[in-house]
Design a protein around this ligand. Structure first.
Ligand code: ADP
Ligand code: MG
Length: 671
């Protein structure tokens, strides 16, 4: 029997790793030695050089050594213990707020002390707060020979433990094959003393390239897999789509027509569709979903529409019922807040195939739902979902066609590689007659101004949103909460009916408030970012966003997309708190000056990184181990061409990469 490759061995192979430690490592996704090898340091400390004190600068993290010249207790605002130390070139103060009497009495003036910590400005000059320190009685040993790695970790797992674990990796016979080179990885675990940060970045980039290439390969495998799967072919059978077209009350935009055609062509085939529809907020994605569901219904096959929130599910249900029921297609809504008895007949209608379209939140579909003949799943606002969730609904039917819709304008460089398993359609045109939204950036102090505008708009019969970053007041965060704002607005706008909606309210309560607003029984809606996705109330023409500096640009763009949907000219006011930095103001200006989701996304990618953009694909379970898309996005075109070349010419390298990078608990190889 061939010996197992070291990468496959369980971590319990290592000295000092028992079941307890193994369990802790497992929480970080580390099961095998291969996982440990890929668990790279976040950053490094330089303990290789003793820094002369005159070189110290605030913000430096460094090693110093000197003689204790004063040992005192200081009684300022907080009691602290201070040690003043000096070398031939200068002095620095060590300050401790937590200390024991014993610690304090173990240090004498005149002793040599070596310490490591971060330098900052103190009341009397440069100091280090809570440095690690050691008093030396004999001549001190030489400093470390390598940079000291700092690992991402979890509670109860100290840095020293990580270092002893990674040091043991050298003791195995790692294959010198085509995959990711062991030597580069070990270099990142234990960089020699002379290593520069540029060298570290270059090594990380080398590794990130392999990781992203592997991800791309996996996506391409999935795409290939799909060509071998069978789905129900859904050619045009009746003229139901045409009937909807007549009843809509608006003409489809050219982009909508193009995308509907692409989707219907996919459905025509017996190979399962997997198509991502990207379209900026308000571009009209829902109607594309409706045409797909109708095509399905023409074959008496079922469609499941998944939304990330109950508010959105409810809204899709209303829209779909309005469009589809007149065509004789029964639509049902499933929500978590329905009672079991209310849900029972709905589920029966789905199991019997009597209901052809079911709308609900993804959680609901995952658990309990049986379909008679599921042929199509539609996932709205995909960036809210993880890959796992997509998978599990897919497993419900035979192989349903899948349509994924997102308003997240993922930059093209990223889609090429990260969504390589999908076909992509873009709705790059807004319905005609939309007036551009005018956005203003105002300081908090101009609140009264804003109030006057809202009051006037309400008098004209329009509606407004007032969005807050927080639900309740917080002691630590200086932001105005939705609850406080709600109470305040009731007081200052007695003529208006004000509503409040936030994520912690019970679902039926949320649905009630939303319906009231939609039916214009309430003029001003105070909301948290729960309304960020999908909410569609065309009569709402004003939006105020409190503390916009706390939100990402893409998120602000999504929020603002709730207005500008009707005939009235729409205004968005970003009401930022006092003391906003230059950079913060610059970010808000990006929003003020553009309503182009792609441009904003590109800026956001530069300013914040793509985590927020990509949702669960990038955070949570799909997180990359090494690659950081903010740093490495520019590699994507190269990753794609390298990946394609490897698939054509070097299957053994593909295999080696997959073996190295495929996480032990993954679902994405086998799907
Ligand atoms: P999103 O792409 O953000 O999901 P929706 O599908 O919610 O957008 O559409 C936004 C609004 O625009 C809805 O009220 C919808 O009925 C309307 N709409 C969609 N397509 C058109 C069109 N071609 N012309 C006019 N209005 C449209
Ligand atoms: Mg939508």
């Amino acid at each position: 029997m061939p010996e197992r490759a070291p990468g496959e061995l369980p971590v319990t192979e290592l000295k000092g790793v028992g079941p307890g430690l193994a369990a802790k490592l497992a929480t970080l996704g580390i099961y095998r030695l291969g996982d440990l090898l890929l668990h790279l340091p976040l950053r490094y400390q330089d303990r290789t050089r003793i820094v002369p004190m005159h070189e110290l600068r605030p913000g430096d993290e460094c090693l110093v050594e000197g003689t204790v010249v004063a040992n005192r207790l200081a009684y300022g605002r907080r009691r602290s213990w201070t040690l003043l130390i000096e070398d031939d070139t200068g002095r620095v103060m060590l300050r401790f707020f937590h200390f024991s009497r014993q610690q304090q009495s173990n240090v004498y003036e005149g002793q040599t002390i070596r310490c490591f910590g971060e330098v900052r400005f103190g009341p009397t000059g440069l100091e280090m707060a809570h440095p690690e320190y050691r008093v030396h009685h004999a001549p001190p040993p030489p400093p470390e020979g390598r940079l000291t790695p700092v690992y991402p970790t979890t509670k109860g797992l100290g840095q020293n433990r990580w270092r002893t674990l990674s040091a043991q990796l050298r003791g195995y016979d790692w294959p010198q094959e085509e995959g990711t080179p062991f030597e580069t990885l070990m270099f990142l675990h234990e960089p020699p003393a002379s290593t520069t940060f540029d060298q570290i970045d270059a090594a990380r980039e080398r590794i990130a390239r392999d990781e992203l290439t592997t991800y791309y390969l996996i996506m391409r495998h999935r795409q290939l897999d799909r060509t071998h799967q069978r789905a129900i072919a859904l050619p045009r059978a009746q003229q139901l789509g045409r009937q909807l077209l007549k009843r809509l009350g608006f003409r489809l935009t050219g982009a909508q027509r193009r995308v509907v055609t692409e989707v219907l062509n996919d459905l025509d085939r017996s190979q399962p569709m997997l198509r991502l529809v990207q379209g900026d907020v308000g571009s009209g994605k829902t109607v594309v979903a409706a045409f797909a569901a109708i095509r399905c219904a023409e074959h008496n096959a079922q469609t499941a529409i998944m939304a990330p929130t109950e508010i959105l599910a409810e809204q899709h249900y209303l829209t779909m019922s309005e469009w589809l029921e007149p065509l004789g297609i029964r639509v049902v809504l499933l929500t978590g807040s329905q009672s079991a008895s209310a849900r029972k007949p709905l589920r029966a209608a789905m199991e019997s195939g009597e209901a052809l379209v079911a709308v609900g939140t993804h959680a609901l579909f995952q658990n309990t739902v049986q379909f008679h003949n599921l042929a199509l799943t539609i996932v709205d606002e995909q960036h809210r979902f993880g890959v796992h969730q997509r998978m599990s609904l897919r497993a419900k039917g035979s192989t349903p066609h899948q349509l994924v819709m997102t308003a997240t304008p993922i930059p093209r460089t990223l889609t090429m590689a990260l969504y390589a398993d999908m076909d992509v359609s873009i709705i790059d045109e807004l319905p005609a007659g939309r007036q551009p939204i005018e956005t203003r950036v105002l300081q908090d102090g101009r609140r009264d101004d804003v109030l006057r505008r809202i009051s006037a708009a309400i008098a004209r019969g329009e509606q407004a949103y007032w969005v807050c970053a927080l639900i309740e007041d917080s002691n630590t965060l200086p932001a105005r909460s939705a609850e406080t704002t709600y109470k305040w607005l009731i007081g200052v706008l007695p003529q208006a009916k004000v509503g409040l909606i936030h994520g912690r309210m019970p679902a039926d309560e949320k649905a009630r408030v939303m319906r009231e607003f939609k039916e214009h029984r309430c003029q001003l809606l105070v909301a948290t970012t729960v309304i960020e996705v999908g909410v569609d109330v065309p009569n709402a023409s004003l939006m105020v966003i409190e503390n916009p500096e706390r939100l990402g640009l893409a998120q602000l763009h999504q929020l603002r997309g709730r207005i500008g949907r009707g005939r009235a000219k729409s205004y968005c006011t970003l009401l930022y708190a006092e003391g906003l930095s230059e950079a913060g103001r610059a970010r808000l200006k990006v929003i003020r000056d553009s309503t182009d989701g792609f441009l904003i996304a590109e800026q956001d990618l530069k300013l914040r990184g793509p985590g927020e953009l990509l949702g669960a694909r990038q955070t949570g379970e799909q997180q990359f181990r090494v690659a950081d898309l903010r740093e490495h996005a520019h590699l994507m075109p190269e990753i794609v061409s390298r990946g394609d070349a490897l698939l054509r010419e070097a299957p053994e390298v593909c295999q080696a990469l997959l073996r190295t990078w495929a996480p032990a608990d993954t679902d994405h190889i086998s799907v």
